[in-house]
Design a protein around this ligand. Structure first.
Ligand code: ADP
Ligand code: MG
Length: 450
């Protein structure tokens, strides 16, 4: 444990009220945030996020346990010490809390003067620079009411950061903003904080902004769950790939470089997490996790094609009465290719629940040549494997097309392919669970229950 982490919380309990009305809202919280890191605390409304933030921000007295901020123990601390800590923290709240009678420039100047004991001229200059940095150089003299919600929140960021705080605490900063304004606000926050080396603790239940975090922790009924931590720790490799490479293609390229053993380990880690994830329904709207799975599914399917020396690997999902192509090399074809249930090789595999392996597709009456026409491919040898959910119902079909050496696929290929399919099934099922939980919005890969 690093002694100089700006925020170190251990054994923290907190209760509101007294006697019979006493209600504990935080239970044995432990966390440590290293310098320069951005930690997001997610959790449903009422789970204790704001309470935790105000305790760390020295805005509320810690009752039990330890809260060390910037080297000071806050529990039992004197007012002067609390004040000293508070002065080194920038706060951003859900509501911007700007003074309506003052201009943007004056609001930010106030932040600069309160915390840094600057002269008026210095404060004015810093305020102007900060407002320019958040893209409001043209609005220095606007009053809050003349600004949009996103602009006001950017003034609040400028005000919070103008005094160069060591720590930035933000409570639902995007709650009142639309998607684009929220995005801009957190991007600016991240850029400036990284520039200044500030440590950020941000609480939110806005899962659209989770990707700015170095680490996500989850509060549930006053307890910090380590689940997300575990997912991220286990999938460090995956997450950093994701952070650096938003494009599906580049993740696929990275996975492509793994050998079969490394790939099996990675897949096992992801599927273990997926299984736990299925159980942890409270986290079912975790966008970062879903995005990881979606990209993973794509990368893994391609990887299977590579490992099995196939020209193509694809994945069809059962959607009502058809199988819809969801993972393929040819991105244009995704979602556009639909095969009626019971038709074609994928349809037959789905309907019978049995694997199909054939040497020459064009000699098999079940083969549907329309799919080749739509994807511009010439199929020869095929393996179609049904993927079943926990109840044993087929909800997807994975397919390999054409061995690269021109030979037909053999029983060995089929067995190796099959050994990966259970993992793909768990990932797919997790994604479907996430899609349902988030109102079926899972980008690209959502599929209704077939
Ligand atoms: N000042 C307060 N007095 C009594 N109960 C409070 C007070 N503030 C919050 N609570 C209660 O504590 C719990 C956690 O609240 P809060 O920290 O605001 O959660 P969150 O920010 O995650 O929505 C809730 O049940 C809330 O009703
Ligand atoms: Mg709150």
């Amino acid at each position: 444990m690093s002694a100089d982490a700006p925020i170190r919380v251990s054994g923290l309990n907190h209760s509101y009220g007294r006697g019979a009305l006493r209600k504990q809202v935080l239970f044995d919280i432990h966390t440590e945030i290293p310098r320069g890191e951005i930690v997001i605390v997610t959790g449903p409304s009422g789970s204790g996020k704001t309470t935790m933030l105000t305790l760390v921000g020295a805005l509320r007295a810690a009752q039990e346990g330890s809260v060390r901020v910037l080297g000071e123990e806050l529990r039992g601390a004197r007012l002067a010490a609390l004040e000293r800590v508070r002065r080194q923290i920038g706060f951003i709240f859900q509501q911007h809390n700007l003074l309506g009678a003052l201009t943007a420039q004056q609001n930010v100047e106030l932040g600069a003067r309160v915390n840094r004991r600057l002269t008026r001229t210095q404060a004015a200059r810093h305020a102007g620079e900060m407002l320019a940095a958040v893209g409001l150089g043209k609005h220095l003299h606007s009053k809050p009411e003349q600004l949009s919600g996103g602009q006001r929140q950017r003034v609040a960021i400028a005000r919070a950061l103008v005094s160069e705080p060591a720590i930035l605490l933000a409570d639902e900063p995007t709650a009142s903003l639309d998607k684009q304004a929220g995005r801009e606000v957190v991007d600016i926050m991240k850029r400036l904080a990284k520039q200044e080396g500030a440590t950020i603790l941000l609480v939110t239940h806005d899962n659209r902004i989770l990707d700015i975090a170095d680490r996500i922790v989850h509060l549930e009924d006053g307890r910090l769950t380590t689940f997300t931590d575990a997912v991220i720790a286990n999938n460090q490799q995956m997450m950093s790939m994701l952070a650096d490479h938003r494009q599906k293609q580049s993740l696929a390229e990275q996975v492509e470089a793994l050998d079969e053993g490394e790939f099996r380990v990675l897949l096992q880690e992801i599927t273990n997490d997926s299984e736990r994830f299925l159980e942890a329904t409270a986290l079912a709207n975790d966008m970062a996790f879903r995005s990881m799975l979606e990209q993973g599914l794509f990368a893994f399917t391609r990887k299977l094609g590579q490992l099995l020396n196939a020209e193509r690997a694809s994945l069809f999902l059962v959607e009502q009465d058809a199988l819809v192509l969801r993972v393929a090399d040819n991105l244009d074809a995704i979602g556009a290719v639909r095969v009626p249930l019971g038709s074609g090789l994928v349809g037959a595999a789905a309907q019978t629940g049995q694997p199909i392996r054939i040497d020459d597709a064009y000699a098999d009456a079940r083969f549907n040549r329309d799919v080749d026409r739509q994807t511009g491919f010439r199929t020869r040898s095929v393996i179609s494997l049904p993927i079943k959910n926990q109840e044993g119902r087929v909800f997807a079909v994975a397919q390999l097309l054409n061995r690269k050496d021109g030979q037909p696929f053999n029983a060995d290929d089929e067995e190796r392919f099959g050994s990966f399919i259970a993992s793909l099934g768990v990932i797919l099922e997790t994604l479907q669970g996430l899609g349902a939980a988030a109102g079926g919005r899972a980008a690209g890969l959502s599929a209704g229950p077939g």
